[in-house]
Design a protein around this ligand. Structure first.
Ligand code: ZN
Length: 473
């Protein structure tokens, strides 16, 4: 009896042990798989990040090279004009205009190499989009008008075909990194709530404080979809050059005397081991067209003054200019974070947007100054560094966030002409517009703010700008 009981007890214990071992084995297996998944995710994330950063650095390096070449050609232009060599002047002017396209496009191509060498696969959607840009340039911008000119002014005859050819050649090699700070000639030139992803995020997240801080009055003033102002038109006079990685430079007409007397020009001639020309009184008054800055783009680097910027060290005044930079988006559609995704996005591709910028400064009589102190570009861009994405010229949406782009270019016009019923099924931004349209939704926000708006002025720990970094999605 007792033997049997012991026996049974022993069997029971053995059974429990087996069960425990089984549980442990299953738990270990799950843990191992989970760890493997984490490990895999972390590895893939690092790879995506490396690819994005490498692409941005490669792109910005070409921007720096192109800026320096423009600077050297500016000096050469002065030499040619001073010696009244008009053929040389024309050749230099031509080369400078072409360089505004060729330099940035070399950067786009180099960025693809860098991203792929770092393991990023060619992204079929990016490739298709670049081919789309080529088609727009060839058939849209280059469309012949009645008077023989093209729809968009051509910097040289056949420029839009040349540009489209270059984009197609890049696409042929595969596109792993998209230029997230592209400036397309058809892009709206001004701000609009409906062009700001933060508006949609605030609606979907019922972030009434966003309305209190960023759009006061919008909740109360809004009536229905017919209330919205029109989307701003495209820039009528865009800076010439590539839409991808554009240098944001403009031709500047100026007398030779004025150019030679400009800040930094004398020292720049010394830097390229050439004497500055000393033209006579008549020649000094001759006009030339040099390459200078698009003033709107090359102003102070405001973003760097934001105290919430994670910037190491202080920005020295000689580097306090915006201008040309590169924001490169790498999405890895084959590596998915699954349930481990930051922000709970279980299905989104892994994403990294690296940003980098050419740096350089003038040396004027031993003192340093930003390159923009001179009215013309000079060859001083010696350095390229990674910068925080939020300090780059990339718009909040990102030029190569193709789902967002589709919403902006396809769904928004429909919504603005026919209301939220014309929204795209499955589009989260269109869903936000449908919710926004419900008067009770907006009223609930107004009611909340009527008693709770004080909460919006209390800074929450780790709040930062617009709910965290745009790097992780
Ligand atoms: Zn949409």
């Amino acid at each position: 009896m007792s033997d049997a009981r012991r026996q049974t007890g022993g069997d029971g214990r053995r059974g429990q042990v087996i069960l425990l071992v089984l549980f442990a084995a299953v738990a270990l297996l799950v843990a191992a798989l989970w760890l493997a998944d984490v490990h895999h995710a972390v590895l893939a994330k690092d790879k995506t990040q490396n690819a994005g950063d490498a692409a941005a650095l490669a792109a910005a390096r070409w921007q720096a090279t192109a800026l320096d070449l423009e600077g050297e050609l500016n000096l050469f232009h002065a030499l040619a004009l001073a010696s009244l060599d008009h053929a040389a002047v024309e050749a230099v002017t031509n080369a400078q205009l072409r360089l505004l396209f060729a330099g940035p496009l070399a950067g786009v191509a180099a960025a693809q190499q860098a991203a792929m060498l770092n393991g990023a696969p060619s992204n079929p959607d990016f490739k298709e989009f670049v081919l789309d840009c080529a088609r727009t340039a060839r058939r849209g911008y280059g469309a012949r008008l009645g008077d023989g000119s093209t729809a968009m002014p051509e910097p040289w005859p056949g420029a839009w075909d040349d540009y489209a050819d270059a984009l197609e050649a890049i696409a042929e090699g595969g596109v792993a990194a998209g230029v997230d700070n592209a400036a397309f000639l058809t892009d709206p030139s001004g701000a609009h709530w409906l062009l700001d992803p933060a508006f949609y995020d605030a609606v979907l997240g019922r972030d009434w404080c966003w309305f209190y801080r960023r759009a006061p009055g919008l909740l109360a003033d809004y009536d229905d979809w017919r209330w919205w102002p029109a989307i701003p038109e495209a820039d009528e006079d865009p800076a010439p050059g590539s839409e991808l990685l554009g240098l944001r430079l403009r031709p500047v007409p100026m007398t030779l005397g004025g150019m030679l007397a400009a800040a930094g020009v004398g020292d720049a001639f010394g830097g390229v081991a050439t004497e500055a020309p000393r033209p006579g009184p008549g020649t000094n008054e001759l006009f030339g067209t040099w390459i200078g800055w698009d003033a709107g783009a090359w102003g102070g680097w405001d973003a760097m003054k934001d105290p919430s910027m994670p910037l190491e060290g202080e920005l020295r005044p000689e580097y306090d200019y915006a201008g040309a930079d590169a924001a490169m988006r790498v999405e890895n559609p084959f590596a998915r974070l699954g349930a481990l995704g930051e922000g709970g996005d279980a299905s989104g591709p892994m994403l990294w947007i690296g940003a980098a910028k050419p740096f350089g400064c003038l040396e004027i009589e031993g003192r340093r100054a930003p390159p923009t102190v001179s009215p013309v570009v000079l060859p001083v861009f010696r350095d390229v560094r990674l910068i925080p994405l939020d300090a780059s010229s990339a718009p909040a949406g990102g030029s190569f966030d193709l789902r967002w782009r589709r919403h902006r270019t396809d769904h928004l016009p429909r919504y603005l002409s026919r209301g939220p019923a014309a929204g795209e099924p499955g589009c989260a931004w269109c869903a936000a517009l449908a919710r926004w349209e419900i008067p009770a939704f907006r009223e609930s926000g107004e009611r909340w703010l009527a008693t709770n708006s004080w909460k919006c002025t209390v800074s929450s720990p780790g709040g930062g700008r617009g709910g965290g970094s745009r790097h992780a999605h």
